[in-house]
Structure formats: C-alpha cells, structure tokens
Design a protein around this ligand. Structure first.
Ligand SMILES: [Zn+2]
Length: 324
C-alpha cells in the first residue's frame, strides 16, 4: 500500500497530511508559516511539519510514494516564483528539489487553490458534478475551475476570480488595480476598511475581540464571533463582501456555466452554510441563466482540503494540474 504526503503552503499556516490509497488521513500536522527569513526557512518548516505528520502515520518520509505541495505564487516545474504572501519570496526558489533532498521522496508542485478545488471535486462537495467553480474566501479570494472533469488552469492564471471587477473605478486592490471583488470581500481588505471606519469614529467590537484573543489580525474566527454578537460594523462589511461575491461569482458562472459552486477558504468554511446560501441569493440578480442557478455548497473537506488535494497531485492521476 502506497502512502502519499500532501502539503498546503499558505500565508499563515503550513498544513501537512499523510494519506493512504483510499485518501484516509493517517497523520497530520500544522505549523505557522514563518513571517521572516526567506524561502529556505519556509522549506525547513515544511520539512518539519511533514516529518511530524509522517511520524504520526508511522511511516518514514523517504518511503512515501510521492509528496505534493499546493503553493501560492507562480509554479513552473519544480520552482515557485513571486509567492508574495510568503516572506521574501519575490524571486524563484527550487522548492521541489529542496524538499526532495530533505525528505527523500519525489515532490510535485501545484497551485494551492487549484489543488484544493481538485480535492473537493474528487473527494468532497464536488463529487456529484462534472464541472465546478471553487471559490476560496479568505485573506484574498482565490478560484479554481474544473471543466468536464478536468482542471482548467489556462496559461497558469485561470481562476483568479478575486480580480473580477465588480465596480468600475472602485476600491483599490492589493494587485494595484481598482474595483476587484477581493478589494471588497478579501479578509485583509475588510480589515483595512474596518480600521479606516474606526478612525472616522465608527464603533465596533472587532478589534476588542482581536486583542482578547491575542491575535494581530481579524481572523475568520473573530469575524464569526462579531457577527454572532450582532456587531453592526462587522455585519455591514460582511454584507458588502457578500454583495461583491454575488456579483463576481455570478459573472464567472455566466462565462463558465458550471453545475456547482463550492465555497471554501478560511471565512467560507468558518461562516458555513447560512453564508453560502446568502452568496447564492446575492448571485441570483446577476445570473443570466437565473432559471437554473448552479448549486452552491460549502467545501466538505474543510481545512484539510488543500493538503489532501496536494496528496492527490502526488498520486499523479490528476497530474495535469501542476505545470501550466
Ligand atoms: Zn485585484
């Protein structure tokens, strides 16, 4: 029986899993992503997290049939370039070779959002469908596409749903452009907006909750808590995000006409079904084929989806994902 390793490399955490042939998780580990240093430090942390998961699973890393990595940035073969939410990762770094040397098993790289979409398609909420759109609502808003049972990465930048324009000359986005969906719905954009409104004298418990929970960011958990407490500013900003998501996701559906939309990501998974329903409602006025809207589901694999998807990538049966 062959075991595979899967690594979800995110801006805030590194999640690793070891799975067996049936994709049962035998071991897992999570470590914070280093916020300083450079690619080599991130690679060392990935190695440590993979070793922890392997130990839990009772396997040697070198005995794994393969290890997959879902990474941000541009993937070209074994290198990752300009992974901007990772520390000092502007240039290219040979991540696959580095991890192969460190762990002794072959390494395959793929786009983080696409492997998470693929995992939902193969094993999660997307199983009944042949075409779907994965929407990962977190720090930013990422997207992954499966058409006719196959991942679609275009020239490598397909699925950048966060940068669909929902308002001409609108809010400034981290990509430098204006009016992107992410500039309204991304967690970091919402946090920046909340900060600005508080400076103008608006009241909210968001930052009080952040301090109480000893966080430096408005995490998904903090947004969720503030909504439960009927925090007016949090509700207002989430409503704004939902309207942007409705317009952006519906626009993508008007192009792709997929059967299903899967809502994942930190906020998407944390806020869950009621908010996925709200996104579906906000999509409706913008859908061309509004008489048969796509099904909208929350990602079923939750937080482990990205790492399990990366392990699938290592199995090679979906090897068309990694290199555009
Ligand atoms: Zn943008």
């Amino acid at each position: 029986m062959a075991s595979h390793g899967g690594i979800d490399l995110g801006g805030t955490k590194i999640q690793t899993v070891i799975v067996d042939d049936d994709h049962e998780v035998l071991g897992s580990s999570r470590r914070p992503t280093p916020t300083s240093g450079g690619p080599a430090d991130v690679a060392a942390e990935i190695e440590a997290a993979l070793r922890e998961a392997a130990e839990q699973a009772g396997v040697e890393p070198a005995s794994l049939a393969g290890i997959g990595v879902g990474s941000p940035g541009t993937i070209d073969g074994g290198t990752v370039t300009s992974a901007r939410n990772l520390p000092n990762w502007e240039g290219s770094f040979p991540l696959a070779e580095t991890l192969l040397d460190a762990l002794g098993a072959p390494v395959t790289l793929g786009n983080d959002v696409q492997v998470a979409t693929d995992a939902e398609f193969a094993l999660g909420a997307g199983r009944p469908y042949s075409s779907l759109l994965g929407v990962f609502w977190g720090t930013g808003v990422g997207g992954g596409i499966v058409l006719d049972g196959k991942p679609w990465v275009g020239g490598g930048a397909a699925g950048e749903i966060g940068h669909i324009v929902v308002e001409l000359d609108g809010a400034r986005c981290t990509c430098g452009r204006r009016g992107c969906m992410e500039a309204y719905a991304g967690r970091s954009a919402m946090e920046a907006h909340a900060t600005k409104l508080v400076e103008k004298g608006e009241k909210t418990d968001l930052f009080k909750l952040m301090k109480e929970r000893k966080r430096t960011r408005l995490t998904s958990g903090i947004w969720s808590r503030a909504l439960e407490h009927d925090d007016k500013l949090a509700q207002q900003l989430i409503e704004r995000a939902l309207r942007a998501l409705g317009a952006g996701v519906a626009s993508a559906c008007n192009v792709l006409d997929v059967e299903c939309v899967i809502i994942g990501g930190g906020l998407g998974v944390r806020l869950g079904d009621p908010y996925a329903k709200r996104i579906a409602e906000e999509m409706l006025p913008h859908l061309f084929a509004d008489f048969r809207p796509p099904d909208v589901h929350v990602a079923a694999l939750g937080d482990l989806g990205g790492a399990i998807g990366a392990a699938l990538l290592a199995e090679g049966d979906r090897a068309s994902i990694p290199t555009p």
